[in-house]
Design a protein around this ligand. Structure first.
Ligand SMILES: [Ca+2]
Length: 229
């Protein structure tokens, strides 16, 4: 076997593992979900977020393209970033099996520090009710409102489906900071960097188009980066 063939097989194997890692959940809830309800919510979300502000000088990046050693260092740096904070609670458009409070897959599973360590379906991550029905959102609250410079979204299954990130100030006004194609693959962060905001950010809203990436789309944690002054 020549090296190229061997490489192809290795890559193919990785792809198979990745695909099976985010496969259908056990249980019956997935098949009993009603796509119609998700579609209705989608229309509401689109209308509510139609007032986008200028999205200039915003960079969307992902840790996916970092080499392994660099990736490990980056993960560590993010977890220990003194200017970073993890959400204290979250709400969402829906949740798998209608999970609430601190149940598995509930929105609050995206609060707190990351706790999903492999790219796979995991109840320690927020998961919308249906896998591919369309628009879903996650709204996270932070203990300390800050002048923000970055949002880091840790995706842990079906990565790459985020289409919009909004910053919500202390008065509840939404500021669209990024929209576009999410480059994230596997277990990685979507990194959205921007010039320091002129307002304090109290909440972050992440919107997904779950039909963009086939299968369950799960978010483990979301970090807000910024300072008090
Ligand atoms: Ca989590």
């Amino acid at each position: 076997m020549n090296p190229t063939s061997r490489l192809s097989i290795v890559l193919a194997s990785v792809c198979i593992v990745a695909a099976s890692g985010c496969g259908k959940k056990p249980g019956t809830a997935a098949t009993s979900a009603t796509p119609g309800a998700g579609a209705a919510k989608a229309a509401t979300v689109a209308a509510a977020t139609g007032t986008a502000t200028a999205e200039t000088n915003v960079i969307a990046d992902t840790t996916a393209k970092l080499a392994a050693a660099e990736w490990a260092l980056k993960q560590d740096a993010i977890k220990n970033d003194p200017n970073g904070q993890w959400a204290v609670s979250a709400t969402a458009s829906s949740s798998y099996n209608d999970a609430k409070e601190n149940e598995g897959y509930a929105p609050n599973q995206a609060a707190g520090a990351p706790n999903v360590e492999t790219y796979s379906d995991n109840d320690k991550a927020w998961t919308p009710a249906t896998a591919d029905s369309g628009i879903e959102w996650l709204d996270l609250t932070y203990a300390k409102p800050v002048y923000a410079t970055e949002v880091r979204v840790r995706e842990s299954c079906g990565s790459g489906a985020i289409i919009r990130v909004e910053l919500i100030d202390a008065q509840g006004t939404s500021h669209a900071i990024w929209s576009g194609a999410d480059p994230t693959t596997e277990l990685n962060y979507l990194l959205v960097r921007f010039p320091k905001t002129a307002f304090k950010v109290a909440r972050v809203k992440v919107t997904l188009a779950t039909n963009v990436v086939s299968g369950w789309n799960e978010i483990d944690a979301v970090q807000l980066v910024g300072t008090a002054d």
